[in-house]
Design a protein. Structure first.
Length: 195
């Protein structure tokens, strides 16, 4: 992530987002440009949106792609997760329009440019969302999905699946997805796996 602008108000950020073709995160007066994704990144995210959308179509949950902006109310981060799921009514931020504050599940597809941020700083922000029950990290280099599940006492339990024949369980949604569906159509670069 690279800083685009500093000393920006929320109103200026909202105007910037409306005028820009590139999505940006906002945190403490700074706007950060989000890196573009690869073909695998886009395909994996689309596969997850499709599979979750199909599984949840008769339930009061909605699945969103990276066009949905989410605010972490406790920290003030505005961001665009690759996949968001909200169950029940959408709750909106009071300061920036069309920004949701109550996801139950968030997914980030990892890339070289964003992996350390997604695993570190962004994960720390996400875990502060009171409604969030699961945070999912999906590799685009190999079949590997990590799910952090909120426990009753507030701790987070890590669950992993790595083989295409495995399923990843989304406890908050009471459903499972096959890794073979998450990675449907994806061609892994053998050289990227070794990096």
């Amino acid at each position: 992530m690279s800083t685009v602008l500093k000393g920006v108000t929320l109103a200026e950020y909202e105007a910037h987002e409306r005028a820009s073709e590139i999505k940006s995160e906002y945190y403490r007066g700074e706007i950060f440009a989000m890196a573009g994704g690869s073909a695998n990144h886009g395909l994996i995210a689309a596969n997850i949106v499709r599979e979750l959308g199909n599984a949840l179509k008769d339930r009061p949950c909605r699945v969103f792609n990276s066009d949905l902006r989410v605010k972490v109310e406790e920290t003030g981060l505005y961001t665009y997760p690759d996949v968001s799921v909200v169950c029940g009514p959408l709750q909106y931020d009071n300061d920036v329009s069309q920004t949701v504050t109550n996801p139950i599940l968030l997914v980030e597809v990892l890339s070289d440019a964003s992996e350390s941020y997604d695993r570190g700083t962004k994960a720390t922000h996400y875990r502060r969302i009171l409604s969030l029950q699961e945070f999912v990290l999906v590799s685009q280099k190999s079949s590997a999905v990590e799910t952090l599940v909120r426990q009753a006492a507030g701790a987070w339990l890590l669950r992993e699946a790595c083989r295409l024949e495995e399923h990843i369980r989304f406890q908050s949604l009471d459903l499972s997805l096959a890794l073979s569906e998450i990675y449907r159509g994806v061609t892994f670069d053998p050289d990227a796996i070794m990096r």
